[in-house]
Structures are given as C-alpha cells and as structure tokens.
Design a protein around this ligand. Structure first.
Ligand code: URA
Length: 547
C-alpha cells in the first residue's frame, strides 16, 4: 500500500505542521494515511518500514483555507506538538479535523483523543517546568576558549568570531529533556539571566543567549559541556548548608526531582551522603535548640519537627552585607536584607529599600513600610510572624541637591539581587508569598505581569509556591488623595487573601499565631473582588504622604 509522508523542517516545526494539516484537509487526505518525518531526526518518523511511501515537504504544500479552531485548543496543541511520542502528530491532526467539523467536540472531556491530548499536554508542561528548575549552569571564564568551548561556539554558529567576541564570563549547561521543550523553555532563561551570556546544550539542539537574542543551533554531546567549576563547589557548599534533614521525604523528592535528572544535578551527588548524615544532623539541631515550638495550641505533634534554623537566614544576611553586585550599590549606605520570623509561612516581598530603610538597615520602616505595617495590624497579623524582604537589597536613588530620590531598580539590579531572594525563599520555604509591586512580581515569577490587572490574583512560581499579586504601598501613597482610600481598601482585601490562605491550608510548618484577632470571615482564595470589602479603621490608615 502507498501512503503519504510529510517532511517537516524539524521536530519543532509547528508552522510546517499546521500548514500541512490545512493542505491535507483541502486534499481530503485522512490522518491515518499520513506519515510524519523530520529533518535531522529520522528515528522519529512514524509509519511502517515496508510500506511504499510518497514523500512531500510541508513547505512545498499549498496551505488550504484556515481552519476555525478554539484558541485554547491551538495553544495547547502547540505544546502537545513538543511531546516525544511518535503518535502526537497523528493525534493532533485527528483532533483538529474533528473539532473543525464539530466545535462541540472540544468540550467533550471524555473523548479518547482528548484525554490522550491532555495527558501529553500535562507531560510537556511538566517537562518545561522541570527544565526551568533543573538546568544548572557552569561558569566559563576564559579569554582563550578551551577546545570544547570553541567547538561548541562554532557548532552553534560557524560564523561566530570567538576571538572578537567578549572574552567575559559565560555559563553553559547540559540538559537532557524527555520532550522537545528546549525552544519553549528558553525565553524563561533569557528573562531570568538577561545580563549573563549563557548557553544550554541538549542532545537535539542548543540555545545561546548573547544578552540580546536567543539563537538556536544543533545538538551537542555531553562531553562538549564544561565540567564542574568553582561556582559549583560554592553551590554545593550552599546546598549542604540549607539541606534540612528533618524535611527530607525521599519519595516526594524523587517525584519533584525525577531520578533521570540526578546525573546532571551537582547537588544530587551530595544527597546520599547528606541523607546518611541526616539522623546525626537532626539530633544536633534538636540539641542546639533548633526545634520549632508551635505557637498554636494542640499542635504538639509538630513540635518534634525541627524547622529551618535561623542561622541560615542570618548567615545569608551576613554574606549579603558584603555584596556589591548590583550597579549603584556603592551609593547606598548598606545592604538591607530581609527580616522576620525564620519559620514564617508567608513572605512579603517589596521592591527595594527606601531612604529610611537604607539609613536604618531594616526593610519597610519608611512611609510605605508604615502603610504596610498599619494594614497588617488592621488584619490582626503581627509582622513578627512574617518574613519581610525586598527583591533588590540596596537603595537605588539619584541625588537632587541634598535629597536622595528613589529610582525604580532596573532589570540589572533585580537580576543581580535575584540569588539573594531565591536563597531567602529556599531557606524559609514559605507556604505563600505576597508580591508587592511589579519588581517583586517579576523577580518572583520571572515574568512581566501587569500588577493592576492581576491585583489579588494567585500565580504559581516555577517551584509551585503560590504568589499573590498586590499593589506596592508606595503606589497608594503616590495616588491622588481621592483614590487612596478605595485603593487601600482593595489592597487590604488582597492581603487578607494571603492571610486566608494560611488559615485554609493547615501548616505542615508551625502555625503562625494569627488567632489573636481572627478575620471576620474566612474568604475563599481567588480574586480580591470576590471577597467582602475590608473594614477600614479610621485614624490607623497611615496615609500621610512622605515629607
Ligand atoms: N520599603 C521597603 O523596605 N521596601 C519597599 O519596597 C518599600 C519601602
């Protein structure tokens, strides 16, 4: 029997695939009569070796008329297309024709193809998340790139002039994704590590970021990636120091960090040794008095669970005090690190210290901080039960005469400080994070998210921690007086969502004592508009403008 093979430019050639589906529909070719082939990936082709096949290139086909398909289907199909299972393309092809003929088919949750489609979709999304979480860059600092380095650069771009390029530091990672997710996962790294030069090598393809654009090239071999470096030794030392034996649940760890990634994760090599030492370390933490005392009555069972020890946050604060990584740090008086309960279940992240925070070395003590503290007091939520910090740890400002005028930190500053924020999150492992303003949201989520459009909405970090998007208190202080009261009421409603979240999610960590003044009602987690308006306590709203 003769069937038709369609050749795509690559396994990620979505444009070629969608063009082919339209063309095949116009020619009335059925999905089961089509085989799919890919340049550079013969092993991936679908079909029977013994059938006779006529091959056509997708780019040579005349695209048929556009198909009317739900946006949600097309968006999901783009990702399902990245699955490694050879049946993904026949599946999308079949489902697309089916939905184009009967738009209600997309709403049928029990349709067999749809179930398979959703399984694939979940697996691809999970792989993208895993890639974001488990890529480990190694630092290359070599004005004369080593042989494997130069080979790698040439492989990415034969015209790339290694000599003329900046000999500065580069970071290279090796990763083996189970699906074809490199291209889809890369923009995240471009945002996260925008000011670094980096590359990720995988067996099928590679990507390089030169600070301006992503360029994709052919695959590489594992031995073309650099081996362990000094930075890695530091990272391992850090990982060892934050590894909490009391928190280790091996089954959960394997679920979150599947074993196939372990061989490329430097810290995974340390895990067996750290697990073996766990009982001893756990005992030492207990002996040191590091046992968490639950402040909520009736939670004695949790009292035996040692919690992250204060020293790790203190140690981070000591290290950060010496940090001058961000541009303009020298103009600040000091580093203003996070502050609060090292067992807090909620972390509040602001933008950067202001003038008064810079002078006092404490976050949220200036006018915006006072507004925040007044709001928390109104909710009956003691600041001592929280951890307050900022995305950027130095006061960035410009001088006008003798006055230091706050200057919104740029991406450079935010990225330079990101490792401190991530280290605070790792040490604290909060159950939820409140992001105040755009800089905090971007640092926490790695994405630009419009704050006003998303105010009161929960978004998830790559590590799964929920992040509540909130206005920055300074935005309320700067607003027209006529709008301030309403803005503040909405803002408090949003903060109340975070409080409701910890109430609604009984802690595996020690509970904070928010029983002192319980909120009038338990609100559902969702958008701020869905909850009852806050009661504004006159005279305690701290709305004084800064002098
Ligand atoms: N004070 C802080 O510490 N952080 C802010 O974001 C604003 C004021």
């Amino acid at each position: 029997m003769t069937s038709l093979a369609i050749r795509l430019d690559s396994v990620v050639d979505w444009a070629g695939f969608s063009r082919a589906v339209r063309a095949l529909r116009a020619e009335r070719v059925e999905p089961e009569d089509v085989r799919w082939r890919f340049d550079g990936d013969e092993g991936e082709s679908t079909g029977d070796l013994f059938e006779s096949v006529v091959e056509r290139r997708a780019s040579d086909l005349t695209a048929g008329s556009a198909m009317s398909l739900p946006r949600a289907f097309v968006d999901a199909a783009r990702e399902v297309f990245l699955h490694a299972d050879p049946q993904r393309l026949p599946l999308i092809h079949r489902l697309a024709l089916h939905i184009a003929d009967d738009p209600h088919a997309w709403a049928d949750p029990l349709h067999e193809d749809r179930l398979q489609f959703e399984r694939f979709h979940r697996e691809v999304r999970r792989e993208i998340h895993k890639m974001h979480a488990f890529v480990r860059f190694r630092r290359l600092e070599d004005p004369e790139p080593a042989r494997s380095d130069a080979a790698f650069v040439r492989a990415l771009d034969p015209a790339f002039d290694v000599e003329a390029s900046s000999p500065s530091v580069r970071h290279v990672a090796w990763f083996e994704p189970a699906h074809h997710v490199l291209e889809a996962a890369s923009p995240f790294f471009a945002r996260r590590f925008a000011t670094m030069r980096w590359a990720i090598l995988t067996p099928r393809a590679s990507v390089e970021w030169d600070g301006r654009a992503l360029s994709f090239g052919p695959g590489a071999r594992r031995d073309e990636a650099p081996s362990a470096d000094a930075g890695e030794a530091l990272w391992l030392a850090y990982y060892r120091s934050i590894f909490n034996p009391a928190r280790v649940k091996v089954a959960m760890m394997k679920k979150e960090m599947p074993v196939r990634f372990w061989k490329n994760l430097p810290e995974a090599a340390a895990v067996p040794e750290l697990l073996a030492q766990a009982p001893r370390r756990q005992q030492r933490m207990v002996d040191d008095g590091g046992v968490a005392r639950s402040r909520r009555r009736g939670r004695q069972d949790e009292a035996s669970q040692p919690e992250p020890s204060v020293p790790s946050l203190q140690a981070l604060a000591r290290q950060a005090a010496r940090c001058r990584d961000c541009p303009g740090a020298d103009a600040a008086t000091q580093t203003v690190f996070g502050e609060g309960d090292a067992r807090a279940r909620v972390m509040i992240v602001g933008e950067q210290p202001g003038d008064q925070e810079d002078l006092r070395g404490q976050p949220f003590v200036g006018p915006a901080g006072q507004l925040l503290r007044a709001a928390l007091a109104e909710l009956g939520w003691p600041t001592e039960a929280l951890y307050l910090t900022n995305a950027v740890k130095h006061f960035h400002h410009e001088l006008r005469g003798k006055r230091r005028i706050h200057k919104t930190p740029g991406q450079h500053e935010a990225i330079a400080c990101l490792h401190w924020l991530e280290a605070e999150i790792d040490a604290l492992r909060p159950q939820a994070i409140v992001a105040l303003g755009a800089t905090a949201v971007r640092s926490l989520l790695g994405d630009k998210v419009a704050v006003t459009a998303n105010e009161g909405r929960w978004l998830a970090r790559v590590d799964g921690t929920p992040v509540l998007v909130c206005l920055h208190p300074a935005a309320i202080l700067r607003a027209e007086p006529a709008r301030q009261r309403a803005m503040r009421a909405r803002w408090i409603d949003s903060l109340r969502l975070a409080q409701a979240y910890v109430l609604a999610h009984p802690a595996t960590l020690p509970a904070i004592d928010i029983d002192a003044r319980p909120p009038a009602a338990m609100h559902s987690i969702g958008r701020a508009e869905t909850i009852a308006p806050a009661t504004v306590v006159a005279g305690r709203d701290g709305l004084a403008r800064p002098a």
